[in-house]
Write a protein that binds this ligand. Structure first.
Ligand code: IMP
Length: 200
C-alpha cells in the first residue's frame, strides 16, 4: 500500500445508512465518491466471515472504479442465537431491506430459545470490518466491536438497521435513541476506523 495520504476514496456500499456513517468518520478534506456518482451494483457476498466479505467488496469496487476504495462489512451477533444473524444481518431484513421485519425476526427467534427472555440480559455485539483496497492490489482490513444487549422494545429513530434494539454496555439508551456523535464515539465502525485513520 502507498505511504501517501489518501486524498480521494470511493466508498463501496449501497446501504445509505452505512454510507452516511462512514462519510461522517472521514476527514472533511477528503473527496468522497460513492454509488451516487458511479451506480455500481453490489457484489454477491459469498464470504462466511465479516473479514472475507469486507475484502471482497473493497476489491470488487476498486476494480470497477480503479480508485482506492473502502468497504464495510458489519452486523450484529446475538449470543443466545448462536451469534446469528451475524454476516446475514442485512438478509434478515428481506429483499426490500425492511428492518422492522428483521427486528421482528430477532424477537421471534429469541422467544423460541427462551420464553422468559425479556427478564434476562440478552448479550450481543456489533462487529465491523473496514477494508481499504488500493488499485495496485494492496489492502488493509481492521475489525472493530461494541458489546451490549438487546432491548426488549424497539426504541429511537436515529441510525439505521438494528440500532433501535441495541443498548451498548454501560448505557441506558439504544443506538437508535442516541445522538449520532455519541454513537460514533463508541461504536464498532469508529472502533475499526481508528485503526486505519493514519492512511488519511
Ligand atoms: P452488510 O455489511 O452490507 O452485509 O450489512 C450489514 C448489516 O448489519 C446492515 O444492513 C445492518 O443491518 C447491520 N448493521 C451494521 N452496522 C450497523 C449499525 O451501526 N447499526 C445498525 N445496524 C447495523
Amino acid at each position: 500500500m502507498s505511504k501517501k495520504k489518501i486524498k480521494e476514496i470511493f466508498i463501496g456500499s449501497n446501504n445509505n445508512g452505512k454510507l452516511k456513517e462512514i462519510a461522517d468518520l472521514l476527514p472533511k478534506s477528503l473527496k468522497i465518491y460513492s454509488n451516487f456518482d458511479f451506480k455500481i451494483r453490489s457484489p454477491v457476498e459469498t464470504g462466511t466471515t465479516f473479514a472475507q466479505n469486507s475484502l471482497l467488496k473493497a476489491k470488487y469496487f476498486s476494480k470497477k472504479t480503479n480508485k482506492i476504495c473502502m468497504s464495510d462489512d458489519s452486523g450484529i451477533e446475538i449470543d443466545i442465537l448462536d451469534k446469528a444473524p451475524g454476516v446475514y444481518s442485512a438478509d434478515w431484513s428481506g429483499k426490500k431491506r425492511n428492518f422492522n421485519l428483521a427486528i421482528k425476526r430477532v424477537y421471534k427467534e429469541i422467544f423460541k430459545k427462551d420464553k422468559n427472555w425479556k427478564k434476562k440480559k440478552i448479550t450481543a455485539r456489533f462487529i465491523c470490518v473496514l477494508t481499504i483496497f488500493w488499485p495496485d492490489g494492496k489492502f488493509v482490513s481492521k475489525i472493530g466491536k461494541i458489546e451490549g444487549r438487546i432491548s426488549n422494545i424497539k426504541k429511537g429513530n436515529n441510525g439505521f438497521g438494528y440500532d433501535p434494539i441495541f443498548i451498548p454496555n454501560g448505557k441506558r439508551l439504544t443506538f437508535g435513541e442516541m445522538e449520532p456523535y455519541k454513537k460514533y464515539s463508541i461504536d464498532h465502525r469508529s472502533n475499526a476506523f481508528k485503526k486505519i485513520k493514519k492512511f488519511f
